[in-house]
Design a protein around this ligand. Sequence first.
Ligand code: AMP
Ligand code: GLY
Length: 436
Amino acid sequence: MKILVAGGGGREHAIAWRLSRDEVKHEIFCAPGNAGTAAIATNLPIGAEDVDAIADWARENNPDLVVVGPEAPLVKGLVDRLLSLGIPAFGPVAAGARMEGSKRFAKEIMDAANVPTGKAETFTDPAKAKAALPGYGLPVVIKADGLAAGKGVVVAETLEQAESAIDDMLVSGKFGIAGAEVLIEEFLHGEECSILAMTDGERAVLLPSSQDHKRIFDGDRGPNTGGMGAYSPAPVVTEDKLPLIKEKIILPVIRELKKRGIVYRGILYAGLMVNDGNSNPSGPLAKSGSAVNVVEFNARFGDPETEAVLPRLGGDFATALLHAATGCLEESDIVVKPEAAATVIVASGGYPGAYAKGKEISGLEDAEASGAIVFHCGTKDADGKTVTSGGRVLSVTGLGSTLREAVDRAYGAVSKISFDGMYCRKDIAHRAFERS
Ligand code: AMP
Ligand code: GLY
């Protein structure tokens, strides 16, 4: 197949890499890709959000499939455009991408479909929002309705913090239009996990569970990042929870969307809070009374979850994506290998704040030779050298027959890599190890 992957981060490198591992050989293109995808695909000088340029390329080159990585082009309607040209595209249409693009819309769908989630209300008036706060207790969660690059969520420990988050969004316009509406949401206790469900708008197949590490420092301390590592499977998602997640969360959402005329195809990513009494920190169940509650939905593969989950998939990945994109997904399209996977993000010093770029990276070949997979997130080629070009630089994945082996393999590879200011968390998968 001729396949275009839109995007240029670790997630898109992992998607292109997994496609390149299919038994049938594909012709793979990335828009724009990065220094890592250049080794397995043809990078195009087209930004992932440039809907017009991607549509033009697709019209001229007639790919069998376009896989859209990031949320922004989905929300902008890239899939709608490609479908109007008759080109199969993996990812939801813009109306479906609102599951990620509008937290209010996602809550509306969840309420209509009776999906377990925290209690929440939406406000545009700061005074009314503040007046509602006492009904939520503390901590309380304040969220900007729209896309805010992962920064639009404040978990407020005090009333003052909650009020100033409301003012930041509704009065100062800190997130622009994305913060013109805010949600006040009940704080959910428990342990988070990620479930990526592949769907063709009718059926859904759950990919293996995973867990992200959102904070910058070990022990889940410090500011939030785009994700500092992941592992799969996540033991917090015990076997008995999978039918509940599929039947009470994923399928009802897909059906509710369909009822409204939205055929949702691609990945529906459910960020879940699990509270089964074993979770740390534990606390009361959400108002829904369910042990599994939805924290958020995303309309795409997670990053860095994808770098841990896709290496665990067997079978023909391109066929699975095409089947989902064209409405004929089958359970047998997803084959899961027994190995565990652990992914360590190698970041630039200072991230998620200011950081330097253009630092030469050494040891990449040694890291790969050690048996790990090195996905590139923020790198570029500069005169034949690979240099840093982002906050998250590399995503290093180890596989193993146990999670411990996978983690050791990932960190073994990371130890071969160096660049000025390099930083990574040292405790990826700690929650899994604390459980066992
Ligand atoms: P979101 O962008 O909605 O995923 O929120 C970012 C992060 O904020 C989540 O990954 C959680 O760690 C935290 N968070 C969001 N909503 C809640 C909630 N209702 N209860 C507890 N933590 C939350
Ligand atoms: N890892 C979190 C996300 O992709 O949104």
